[in-house]
Design a protein around this ligand. Structure first.
Ligand code: EPU
Length: 339
């Protein structure tokens, strides 16, 4: 049964932990709830915002429409062939619970994406990624309802137009669909990706020569924990900005003033800059506006240090964007969605 809650506090429903109230609020726990919700769509107060784990959302003010928490649970092994397992996961499942399921069962391919806050239904929207793997590498199909037509549809990974923190769900299908479940394809044999960052180094330091899937998940969790604040202790939404993409030409001119600038080639003529380095090198680590601050261990993360409001986080983000433009002539785009 769908239950309408009025004036719902969203403080515990966003990992920044900022206070904001939704005029109307529903939780969708089953297919029946989704159907009831869509049937009532005409009478529901607009706009509507679909919320997963609130791990990538910044509420900047109270929400005047309806917030809908996607909460359908369940992980099912649907089928397998010689090489792969096909696992269907409902949208409300916590992403890291799905990763634990894969690690425990030795379903390979998802382990580098350990310890990321948020839900499975939100993962395809921005194609979450870490340590050399992106959600797109293991997504086989995405299932969703089209809000206008009530039609239940599916899309294979190719037609989701996945890019760096991007997909069709952030563009053509933005606000038009409710993602209800994702079908993942995991490998029966290990194909570990250990080259990124400090993974290899840390495994060696532990004396692990032939790592198991659990060793890798554990090690990546530890690396993450050393840089990224735990959302249960300090409000944050992981990387606040995307790493900007610039031309080789622009990089060469920046290198004259900033010889240590961190960049990764992504094509013959473009590179991705480490936004964390840009912010750090601008001297902004620890910089604070009201209760919002730049994290000391990873400058790409903005934190709710002391009862920050959404507006304070937004003001800090805009200040950083202005500084980065002024110093490097580079535009930073938010990864976090402002509501
Ligand atoms: N760096 C600094 N100072 C800082 C932060 C970073 O100099 O304060 C330098 C690091 O030394 C390193 C480089 O910048 O040379 C990149 O840093 P890091 O490896 O920590 O990764 P990132 O590019 O900042 C990205 C993702 C993270 C993901 C990590 C690991 C984006 C926007 N962020 O961060 O994803 O965990 O790589 O793969 O692409 C997220 O999206 O929320 C997220 C945490």
């Amino acid at each position: 049964m769908l239950k309408l809650i009025r004036n719902k506090s969203l403080k515990n429903l966003n990992t920044f932990g900022v206070e904001a109230k939704a005029k109307n609020y529903y939780e969708l726990n089953s297919d029946i709830d989704i159907f009831d919700f869509l049937s009532d769509m005409d009478s529901i107060t607009k706009p509507v915002y679909f919320l997963g784990g609130g791990a990538n959302t910044l509420f900047t003010t109270n929400y005047k429409g309806t917030v809908v928490k996607i909460n359908m649970q369940g992980i099912t092994l649907m089928s397998q062939d010689d090489d792969s397992y096909y696992v269907e996961v409902n949208a409300g499942v916590k992403w890291d619970d799905f990763i634990s399921f894969c690690v425990e069962n030795k379903y390979y391919g998802a382990e580098n994406l350990v310890a990321i806050p948020g839900t499975v239904g939100a993962a395809p929207i921005q194609n979450i990624g870490a340590y050399g793997v992106e959600a797109k590498d293991i997504i086989y199909k995405v299932y969703y309802y089209e809000i206008d037509t009530f039609i239940f549809k599916q899309r294979d990974a190719k037609s989701c137009n996945f890019g760096y923190r991007n997909s069709i769900f952030k563009n053509e299908l933005k606000d038009k669909v409710i993602i209800t479940k994702v079908l993942f394809k995991l490998s029966k044999t290990p194909e570990f990706k250990l080259e990124y960052g400090r993974i290899n180094e840390e495994l060696q330091a532990k004396g692990i020569k032939e790592p198991s899937i659990s060793n890798i998940a554990q090690t990546i969790s530890e690396i993450r924990a050393s840089k990224l604040p735990d959302v249960n202790e300090i409000g944050n939404a992981g990387s606040f900005f995307k790493n900007p993409i610039i031309s080789n030409e622009k990089l060469n001119s920046l290198k004259k003033d900033f010889p240590n600038i961190v960049s990764y080639p992504i094509s013959d003529n473009e590179v991705k800059l480490a936004a964390g380095w840009l912010i750090d090198n601008a001297g902004l680590k620890g910089y604070q506006i009201g209760g919002a601050a730049v994290h000391q261990n990873q400058a790409l993360v903005l934190i709710n240090k002391d009862n920050a409001t959404g507006q304070e986080v937004l003001t800090l983000a805009e200040y950083i964007q202005k500084e980065i433009m002024q110093i490097y002539g580079v535009e930073l785009f938010a990864e976090v969605v402002f509501v």
